[in-house]
Design a protein around this ligand. Structure first.
Ligand SMILES: [Zn+2]
Length: 207
C-alpha cells in the first residue's frame, strides 16, 4: 500500500513537470499566434513563425508579400505588434478562470494544466508588457507604453494571486498527495519560473 502511493506520487510529479515545461512553450506559441493571425487578417498571404529552440523564444514574420509590414497603415502595425502579448495574456486569464469549472476541479491533470498554463501565459504577457522588442517597436509606431504597463501591473497581481493559491490548490486537488511531493513540485516550479524570467531579461542584454 505504501509503495503504491509513493509510485503514484512519482507519477504525479512527473506529470506536473511535463505540463510545466509544455506550458512555457505553449505560451510562446500563443504569443506568436496572436501576431500571425492578425498579420494574415491584414493581408499577409504567408506569415510564418520561428522558434529558437530550446529557448522559449519565437518570432513571427511575413514571407509574402516581402515588405508587408512597411506597406500597411500605422494602426495595423500597432495591432499586429500589440496583439502578441495581449492574446497570450487573455488566454492565460481564461485558463485561470477554468480552474473553477467542475470537470477541471475533479481532474488532477486538468487542474494542473489550467494552473500552469495560466501562470506561464499570464507570465509571458507580463514580461512582454514591461520589456520586449514588441514594446520598443510599438513605441516607434507612436503607441503609448502605459497601456502595456497597466496591463503588466494587473498581470503581476494575478501572478501573485496564483503563487498565493499554489499550496492550497495542490492540497485541494489531491488531498492524498504527500506534503513532500507538493514541496518538491513547488521548488521545481519556482526554479523554472526564475530560469524562464531570467532568459527573458538576460538574453536581450547579451545581444
Ligand atoms: Zn511578439
Amino acid at each position: 500500500m505504501k509503495q503504491k502511493s509513493s509510485q503514484e506520487n512519482k507519477n504525479k510529479l512527473f506529470i506536473g513537470i511535463f505540463i510545466l515545461i509544455v506550458s512555457i512553450y505553449l505560451s510562446t506559441f500563443l504569443h506568436e499566434f496572436g501576431h500571425l493571425i492578425f498579420a494574415f487578417i491584414f493581408g499577409c498571404k504567408l506569415p510564418y513563425m520561428t522558434f529558437y529552440l530550446p529557448t522559449p523564444i519565437g518570432g513571427t514574420d511575413c514571407y509574402s508579400p516581402d515588405a508587408f509590414l512597411d506597406n500597411i497603415p500605422n494602426w495595423q502595425n500597432i495591432v499586429i505588434l500589440a496583439i502578441g502579448p495581449i492574446f497570450v495574456f487573455l488566454v492565460g486569464i481564461l485558463f485561470l478562470l477554468s480552474l473553477n469549472l467542475k470537470f477541471v476541479k475533479n481532474s488532477y491533470v486538468l487542474s494542473l494544466m489550467a494552473y500552469f498554463f495560466s501562470f506561464s501565459a499570464i507570465g509571458n504577457g507580463v514580461l512582454q508588457f514591461f520589456s520586449s522588442s514588441d514594446i520598443s517597436n510599438l513605441v516607434q509606431h507612436g503607441f503609448n507604453p502605459w497601456y502595456f504597463y497597466i496591463l503588466g501591473i494587473i498581470g503581476s497581481l494575478l501572478l501573485l494571486y496564483e503563487l498565493f493559491i499554489l499550496k492550497n490548490f495542490i492540497k485541494r486537488t489531491e488531498p492524498t498527495t504527500k506534503e513532500r511531493t507538493a514541496n518538491i513540485l513547488t521548488r521545481i516550479w519556482i526554479i523554472l519560473v526564475i530560469f524562464y524570467f531570467g532568459i527573458y531579461f538576460l538574453l536581450p542584454l547579451l545581444f
